[in-house]
Design a binder for this molecule. Structure first.
Ligand SMILES: [Fe+2]
Length: 96
């Protein structure tokens, strides 16, 4: 079921509170906000990788370089988490 059909056509989650016209405005707002935040989070993590990659290039001691490599790996893990959540939203029809 598509996101919009789910929202306007009814059927349970997200948010069970349908107001007049049967539209779940609270549910729509929550999903859109969550999706927007997921994209912002994805950008944030990518910016982190850019930043740490620059610092890695600039670092002139191995100890510092190792730290930036670990931070880059962490950010890659975070990107994976966000992408998995986006994928889950798509599967549920909550992505638009
Ligand atoms: Fe991160």
């Amino acid at each position: 079921m598509s996101f919009w059909k789910r929202v306007f056509g009814g059927g349970g989650e997200p948010g069970e509170n349908k107001e007049q016209y049967g539209v779940d405005y609270v549910g729509v707002s929550e999903v859109l906000t969550f999706n927007r935040n997921l994209l912002a989070a994805l950008n944030h993590e990518k910016e982190g990788i850019d930043l740490y990659s620059r610092f890695l290039d600039e670092a002139n001691d191995e100890r510092g370089r190792e730290m930036y490599r670990k931070l880059i790996d962490e950010e890659k893990h975070h990107i994976r988490m966000v992408l998995d959540e986006i994928e889950e939203h798509k599967k549920r029809g909550y992505w638009s």
